[in-house]
Design a protein around this ligand. Structure first.
Ligand SMILES: NC(=O)c1ccc[n+]([C@@H]2O[C@H](COP(=O)([O-])OP(=O)(O)OC[C@H]3O[C@@H](n4cnc5c(N)ncnc54)[C@H](OP(=O)(O)O)[C@@H]3O)[C@@H](O)[C@H]2O)c1
Length: 460
């Protein structure tokens, strides 16, 4: 018999629960992935929420009146900061002695330490198998990430912990691995001999919107680069694993992170640029802030495959274009052909577009129909358009099945913080920040930064 499980969502009245978790659970329910789920418990502090009000929240969230799905749920009032209130879960949990318990912590990051401690102590009296799912951001810097890891480890084993980076659940991101390791034609060129540089970008046309309170403490480097973009870097740069299992794949990703060249504190201006959009301080909730809403970091991987190839990790808000992508830019065509052509052939690229749509593009060039061999070649592209699957759906299935491949391991998260820590420190000590116009391509300093390397920012 397959094992049964029960899901507990802490922060069940929050934005993530309503916008992502409930719709994804509904979709999984309709596809029969929750047939072994005995119950879904949502918790929250609001005293005015009874059974009916909670069902209305679910209805609004999924946009459907699916009463059979709603019957899986139970709402439990619980202040997660108060240890004594966890006993509110006792009655209901006592009915499910055989079930594996999946605790999903969907609350603001400043609550993680106390919730993990309270939950860990509460679970000492309970013998069910358990899993704990922790949302991002995992820590605020290297020290806080280490502290959070050490608190979790007091109560949970590494195999019970699922640290979420939802970018890893995205179809195109997983296809970086798929394309590289299922096609022999790419292996020979996937290195410093053929690749000039790599650009990994998460560009948004919107600002901080309702997330100001959180975002102003965090900024672009911590919000996007340390986690999501660094994860994409590891998938592009990793060696083929010895086998397809979670340990082998995560070991290879960690090896990449360990090979990233240290950015020394004094050298930070050579490796990183930041900016803040013009209207950021106009928000009446702020008086002064040096938080970056745009950041670029250039990293080098000191190993045989990648020596000398820069990886540019770039993110920003209120930009002209919304695009999340990873672009592999190949070297210019050398020698005779480039000299004889009366135009400069474009570099070949392989582009992974992650948002707004899923797409993989291979750009190459052909001689024009009827043209001479040496006339200017026409750029040509081959595209694969993937489905826009919800990343959280994939991640939930993996949590249920106990597959950690798409989750971040303890050593992985700490090493990623170690890499960006000198930049965090330098920016804290040097606060003046370039301002860029809203709807632009970012600060002029970022344009100069890449132009100095003889390159330009790419878009798909
Ligand atoms: N929202 C998104 O789209 C999104 C995307 C990616 C990752 N995340 C991550 O997901 C997590 C949740 O985000 P969210 O946007 O859903 O947050 P949120 O709406 O601000 O908070 C979620 C819930 O946490 C509870 N909460 C707030 N302060 C608390 C405290 N001091 N002690 C105990 N509970 C408290 C509140 O529930 P009650 O008041 O009912 O107790 C609230 O409804 C965060 O770690 C965030 O970084 C969110």
């Amino acid at each position: 018999m397959e094992k049964r499980f029960l899901i507990v969502i802490f922060g069940g009245l929050g934005d993530l629960a309503k916008s992502k978790i409930y719709p994804v659970l509904h979709s999984l329910y309709k596809k029969a992935h929750l047939s072994n789920c005995s119950k879904i418990i949502s918790t929250g502090r609001r005293p005015d929420i009874g059974k009916e009000e909670f069902i209305q929240i679910l209805k609004d969230s999924i946009g459907d009146n699916d009463t059979s799905f709603f019957s899986l749920f139970e709402f439990v009032r619980l202040d997660l900061d108060k240890m004594e209130e966890y006993k509110n879960l006792e009655d209901i949990l006592s009915k499910f002695k055989e079930e594996e318990l999946i605790f999903y912590i969907a609350t603001p990051p400043f609550t993680f330490e106390s919730i993990i401690t309270n939950l860990g102590n509460f679970l000492k009296e309970i013998s069910n198998k358990r899993k704990i799912v922790i949302e991002k951001p995992f820590g605020y810097d290297l020290e806080s990430a280490k502290r959070l890891n050490s608190i979790i480890k007091e109560y949970f084993k590494e195999e019970e912990i699922y640290r979420i980076d939802h970018f890893l659940g995205k179809e195109t991101v997983q296809n970086i691995f798929g394309l590289r390791f299922s096609n022999i034609i790419f292996e020979g060129i996937w290195n410093r001999n053929f690749i000039d540089h790599i650009q990994i970008s998460a560009l948004e046309d919107i600002g901080v919107e309702g997330r100001l309170g959180y975002y102003d403490k965090v900024g672009a480097l911590r919000d996007m680069i340390q986690n999501h973009l660094m994860q994409i870097l590891t998938l592009i740069a990793m060696e083929p694993p010895c086998c397809i299992n979670e340990k082998a794949i995560r070991d290879e990703k960690v090896k990449v992170l360990k090979s990233i060249r240290e950015v020394k504190y004094d050298d930070v201006p050579l490796y990183a640029v930041r900016g803040q959009y013009e209207g950021y301080l106009k928000d009446e909730r702020l008086t002064k802030s040096y938080t970056e809403t745009y950041a670029v970091v250039k990293l080098y991987i000191d190993n045989l495959r990648w020596d000398g190839v820069p990886f540019y990790l770039r993110t920003g808000k209120k930009l002209k274009k919304k695009e999340t992508s990873a672009i592999i830019v190949f070297k210019k065509i050398p020698g005779l052909f480039s000299k004889l052509l009366d135009c400069t052939p474009q570099e070949n690229i392989i582009g992974f577009k992650i948002a707004p749509e899923n797409k993989i593009i291979l750009n190459f060039q052909l001689r024009p129909l009827g043209g001479s061999l040496l006339s200017c070649p026409i750029p040509t592209a081959m595209e694969w358009n993937g489905p826009n699957l919800e990343a959280y759906e994939t991640l939930f299935i993996d949590i249920i099945e106990g597959d950690h491949t798409l989750f971040i391991r303890e050593d992985e998260i700490e090493r990623a913080w170690e890499i960006v820590q000198p930049i965090i420190d330098f920016w804290k000590d040097h606060r003046e920040i370039p301002i860029y116009p809203e709807g632009s391509f970012g600060p002029k300093e970022a344009e100069d930064f890449i132009r100095r390397d003889g390159r330009v920012w790419r878009y798909l």
